[in-house]
Design a protein around this ligand. Sequence first.
Ligand SMILES: Nc1ncnc2c1ncn2[C@@H]1O[C@H](COP(=O)(O)OP(=O)(O)OP(=O)(O)O)[C@@H](O)[C@H]1O
Length: 723
Amino acid sequence: MEPVAAAGTGGHVSADGLIAELLDMGFDFDDIAAAVGAVGPRRAEALEVLLGGSGAGAGQARRGGGTPSRPASRAALPRPAGKGTQLRNPRGRLRQSSITDHIASGAGSRNGSGREASTSFPCSETPVDHRVPVGVDVCSKLGPELQSLVENLRADCSHKDKITAVLQKHFGFSSLKGFQMEVLDAWFAHKDCLVLAATGSGKSLCFQIPALLTTKIVVVISPLISLMHDQCMKLAKHGISACFLGSGQPDSRVEGKAMAGMYKIVYVCPETVLRLMEPLKKLAEKPGIALFAVDEVHCVSKWGHDFRPDYRKLSVLRENFNSTKLKFLKHDIPVMALTATATIPVREDIVKSLKMSEDTKIVLTSFFRPNLQFSVKHSKTSASSYRKDFQELIGTYNASRKFKGKENQLLHEIEPGSESSSYDSLNDSASDDEDSNIDSASCGDKNVGKTRTGMPLVKENTENQLDLYPGVDDFDVSCGEFLEGSQSESSAFPAQSNEASLSECLDQGPTIVYVPTRKETVELANFLCKSGVRAAAYNAKMPKSHLRQVHQQFHCNGLEVVVATIAFGMGIDKSNVRRIIHYGFPQSLEAYYQEAGRAGRDGKLSDCTLYCNFLRAPTLLPNKRSEEQTKAAYRMLRDCFHYSLNTSTCRAKILVKYFGEEFGPDRCDMCDVCINGPPQMHDFKEEAIVFMNVLQGRSIWPEKVWGSTKFQNGCQSYTGKAS
Ligand SMILES: Nc1ncnc2c1ncn2[C@@H]1O[C@H](COP(=O)(O)OP(=O)(O)OP(=O)(O)O)[C@@H](O)[C@H]1O
């Protein structure tokens, strides 16, 4: 657009130049817009209006803050009463009506807007009227060219100002991360958006901020009641009213209130969304739905690691909440889909399954986590190898406790529950599996285990069931409801020099050990307890009271190690987890990266080790699955094998490439491969030829295979020195 010349004092300055100049002087954007609207693009007159008819105010504005304050912060923050407010504020007379469809003036969280978020959870009983009276649109007083200029500038500045204001007010952060801004830009443009950002990078803010910028409601679809509960509690602490709907909601009135627009953010599980289609359409009309956010959206995809069939039905959102179907809508209600882990096929599947629009914006951040140190170790991953594999971990925690002079002191002792016996009950219930008996030599004094944690366990919890393909229940014990009252932690990723000493960092936080079966959670926790570590077992079948205690202890640093199935999963947002150990194969590399990503959310060096036993791997495969699903499971397992068998490529590189990202630095210089280098080459040709002769003698190999040069050369092979 051609700039419009500003007349008056100062000669030929363009209108946008004038607005920029006035912003630079520290005036509020709304005030400038009102002034320019009243007198046109003339500097002197506009200043007159802004200064209340005298030239003195300009000086005041300058003197008041030394140098004029940055418009963003000035406009964003509530104007202080007193000196700084001596300028006549035309806001009372002229008020913007709207910036975009999303943004209503003065709405959201600003004080005085009429809507103040509830700080209690569930949200306040009293309905709060968040519809803000709309004033006169200053733009209507301008010529068309200037009108559009003001609209654009106003939108740009005002978005940022408002975002900064709500960010500071509700979350205490000074700015958005780059990817968060990109996501919000897409939302401002009414676009669907697929967000792929690392675990703990701050995806939630992308859909929480819109709720605070508009008078409309944000609907968040989430797979787990416990996750929703957790998020609502966190939002309540930030002064934002939120609720969750679904089977886990104890208060039957909440749904009605939510559908009447009384909560800024409404969390629902997919089944509930499907049930509430009609009330949601009414909500979309009044007060309006700003956005549908589909969290953990990889659950949509059959190729992902957490497939939930109901997620696929969420295409109803795009099909129903568009301006063609709902005539009162000016724009389609944007769908924002978010996940930390999705390969390229999974991404395509998500966009297709949710029927997201063709111009869906994809916001992708790097999957690389520079503070995570990956390694693979080969092990029997059974009770007989605990001593060897966990010696270092035990030593680290015991040494650290000795160092602190707390050798015999427990931070928290969890009272044994009435329903439980101790970990020792495990030995009575050991299965036929030869590996399931705890190596008695390694257990030491039985009593040590009891007194170290006293963690209650029921005997029935020791069944040897695979948790790898769990039901909703297995996931839904993961976090939220167990965290009430525990500290919420910040978990941005501050840059951390990799030069920091590993031992310095690693002993300062807890460890999560993921094991494939429930039985192993108990076995290993028992072993660690008996070795003096404050450890606890966690799996979906344990009593809720126990799980709650584990969560609470873990979050207040009362536990050093949690030995868990994948049930200890989504929603774990603890910043100082120093190690994630997978003692057995994960379900897929996506699952692995998500689980490993729970380490080092504080940006400090953290360790992610996978112990694998190829002989155990096939037991991970499902038995009640379709052919297609079985194939997919095999593919996932193959990728895990590839990762584990690799001895020549940087592990971080393999992982980020798995998610379709080109890895810039080529090596992380931290993983076992980067540090130890590939194993030495050994020539096994002779042994192989003897072996092949034997096979040939038994007619297993045809002459043309074993005699070929390719085969003979292939006999020169690697050995894994690390194993
Ligand atoms: N702009 C920001 N500045 C500073 N900290 C931020 C910012 N945005 C988010 N955070 C912090 O980052 C942490 C992680 O945020 P959040 O839980 O939203 O991550 P996530 O990407 O949803 O993680 P996950 O994938 O595990 O669900 C939170 O503690 C949050 O307060």
